[in-house]
Design a protein around this ligand. Structure first.
Ligand code: MF3
Ligand code: CO
Ligand code: CO
Length: 271
């Protein structure tokens, strides 16, 4: 049963269900990995997400997901270059030099796993590589900052400190945020990557699941949501943007990453 207001602190059995959802979602990411290359359409990657998820008896959470204006039409988000997030897979053919974020969310026995990676296609510019590195390191700075009972704001504080010191020309997106996750795709608390006032009051207690998913822009943080499709979010200045995301579980002894892949970039990876 899904409650109207989900209880945020999960039992041991519920934690096990979230671990299984995260594990399957990561397995899907590893399955896709060899196909995210120059020459393929983003739609062909989406079809693999759909097929693999169904073949394993699970559900793609993005397909038909309800936004403010319209339902999301595909099974994952694929965001290329200046697209910050919520890109809709289509007939675009990946090119050498692109950076492409693949964001997948699956429902396994009623529980959600949510993660994304930015892939470098062939030879990318130094600038694009740095944006990607900055987003990846920001995710791990956020993960490293949390502890049982911590205010949510420690995540944004760590990310903003890291980016302003090491990549002062880049922008940390504040309009789109991480989120609590469980039997709902998106639930409380919001997990901003730039500390908000509310994030100083919200706390991460043992048994809570949430995502960290920083989006880093090569320039300004302003964004424009495509009015034709209602979803695609692009940088206002046309500079490129990168993102990484994990689903996490806070426990009594510290945070657990539920969506670790076998073959993807691991903590400390240099792009
Ligand atoms: N996966 C995104 C997130 O990390 C949300 C995508 S919603 C969709 O929260 F409808 F665009 F799929
Ligand atoms: Co996601
Ligand atoms: Co998410």
């Amino acid at each position: 049963m899904i409650r109207k207001t989900p209880r945020l602190q999960l039992t041991e059995a519920e934690r096990a269900a979230m671990r299984a959802a995260g594990r399957f979602n990561a397995q899907l990411m590893d399955h896709l990995r060899p196909y995210v290359v120059a020459g393929v359409t983003t739609e062909s990657i989406d079809r693999m997400v759909y097929q693999y998820t169904l073949d394993h008896g699970h559900t793609p959470a993005c397909l038909g997901y309800r936004g403010d204006i319209c339902k999301f039409p595909k099974s994952c988000c694929i965001s290329v270059n200046d697209v910050i997030c919520h890109g809709i897979p289509g007939d675009y053919v990946l090119q050498d030099g692109d950076i492409v974020n693949v964001d997948i969310t699956t429902i396994v026995d009623g529980w959600h796993g949510d993660q994304s990676e930015t892939f470098l296609i062939g030879n990318v510019s130094d600038e694009a590589r740095q944006i990607t590195q900055c987003a990846f390191d920001s995710l791990y700075r956020g993960i490293q900052a949390v502890y049982p009972g911590c205010p949510v704001a420690v995540i944004g504080e760590a990310i903003v400190e890291f980016v302003s010191k090491n990549f002062p020309r880049f922008g940390v997106v504040d309009r789109y945020v991480g989120h609590g996750i469980g039997q709902r795709f998106h639930q409380l608390p919001n997990i901003p990557h730039v500390p908000s006032r509310k994030a100083y009051h919200d706390r991460l207690f043992p048994g809570m699941c949430f995502t960290i998913e920083p989006m880093i822009n090569g320039g300004c943080v302003q964004s424009i949501c495509d009015s034709r499709d209602g979803w695609t979010v692009r940088t206002a200045d046309g500079k490129w943007s990168a993102q990484f995301e994990h689903t996490l579980l806070m426990t009594e002894s510290g945070v657990e990453i539920l969506t670790l892949t076998q073959h993807g970039p691991q903590r400390g990876h240099v792009f």
